[in-house]
Write a protein that binds this ligand. Structure first.
Ligand code: NAP
Length: 320
């Protein structure tokens, strides 16, 4: 239909953008068409989106002209950045600003920016509870996004505060591990505090709900979560879903930071912030609101029903 409003989606072959592409295509009478941005239109994931009915175009956040071309003619743009591809806070902010600039140049009418808190508003650099990283950040992958918020606020935009994906249990090394006795334990640096989490696919579904109500959401910051869930609750529910009990193991952020893998300090500081500012973080992410823009919103239990089998848990050793 030529009169459909086009939504240009960055990160379209990834979690957040992919969820949005699928949400738009699942609603053929919703009045929107989707333009999926990718660096490689011939990749398997890009071809799969094309098969589903998306227009797929080449764009790279490192090339602002390509973003401008991809946003031209679009009514809406979903902007997400790719911190874990480079792990530089300065590049993250620069990428976000390039997205905002391209959306402005192309005259996009509604931009949704996938952002997170600038934690330095809660933990100033002088606060020594956690180390300062990359020279001037506490949680680089959060702060760098928050730093770009003002650029998006100058546009007809909605700032979308996202949450920690349940899906990190599948592909981020966070799955429960077996101890020497063969028992499963799940480590998280949250003590007994709840963490705001969401099914990655629900970020796209909520985003679509927001695009459908521009008059309500342009000029606003909104936060989404599927559940505010504690580590011990996650362990118990995973145990039930896996049919194998899981205990909760609190690893203090100070210890998590020393794990040595790339990004461990950044993530350690993130959990430290999540733990110490749990009330503020949860309050910014209403489940009621999230469900109002996405009635299919999942909590941890419903996510586990479909996804527990994807959690890469080491098999029990057979006993002699
Ligand atoms: N994991 C979490 O719990 C969590 C929670 C909240 C927020 N976040 C944030 O989410 C962001 C990542 O989003 P995601 O999880 O949806 O990503 P993702 O699943 O890792 O996918 C990212 C997609 O971005 C594209 N991409 C990578 N580099 C690009 C570039 N230079 N130019 C254009 N496209 C590029 C890739 O597509 P092509 O290869 O097709 O180009 C890729 O499919 C990160 O900034 C992270 O901090 C993560």
């Amino acid at each position: 239909m030529p009169d459909k409003k086009i939504i240009a989606v960055t990160g379209a072959t990834g979690s957040q953008g992919g969820g949005l592409v699928r949400a738009i295509l699942a609603d053929p009478n919703g009045g929107f068409a989707v333009r999926a941005l990718t660096r490689n239109v011939n990749s398997e994931k890009a071809r799969a989106l094309q098969k589903l009915g998306a227009e797929v175009v080449e764009a790279d956040v490192d090339d602002i002209a390509s973003l401008r071309r991809a946003f031209t003619g679009a009514y809406g743009a979903f902007c997400v950045t790719f911190f874990w591809a480079h792990m530089s806070a300065e590049k993250e902010t620069a990428d976000a600003r390039a997205l905002a600039q391209a959306a402005k140049d192309a005259g996009v009418k509604h931009v949704i920016w996938s952002t997170l808190e600038d934690t330095r508003k809660f933990v100033p650099l002088s606060d020594n509870r956690m180390p300062t990283l990359q020279g001037k950040y506490k949680v680089p992958h959060l702060d760098a996004k928050g730093e770009a918020d003002d650029d998006f606020k100058k546009l007809p935009s909605t700032l979308l505060l996202t949450s920690f994906y349940f899906d990190n249990l599948v592909n981020f090394g966070l799955e429960p591990k077996r101890d020497a006795d063969g028992k499963l334990s799940f480590s998280l640096p949250m003590a007994d505090k709840p963490m705001s989490c969401i099914a990655a696919e629900d970020i796209g579904k909520c985003t679509y709900g927001i695009f459908k109500k521009p008059e309500q959401f342009i000029g606003k910051t909104v936060g989404i979560a599927g559940e505010h869930v504690t580590g011990s609750q996650m362990a118990a529910e995973m145990g039930e879903a896996l049919g194998d009990p899981v205990s909760y193991n609190y690893v203090p952020p100070e210890i998590f930071r020393t794990f040595g893998f790339p990004g461990a300090e950044d993530l350690g500081n993130m959990f430290h912030f999540f733990r110490d500012f749990e009330k503020e973080f949860s309050a910014a992410r209403s489940i009621e609101f999230s469900r109002s823009v996405n009635p299919e919103l999942q909590n941890f239990r419903t996510w586990l029903k479909e996804n527990a089998s994807r959690i890469p848990v080491e098999k029990k050793k057979a006993t002699a």
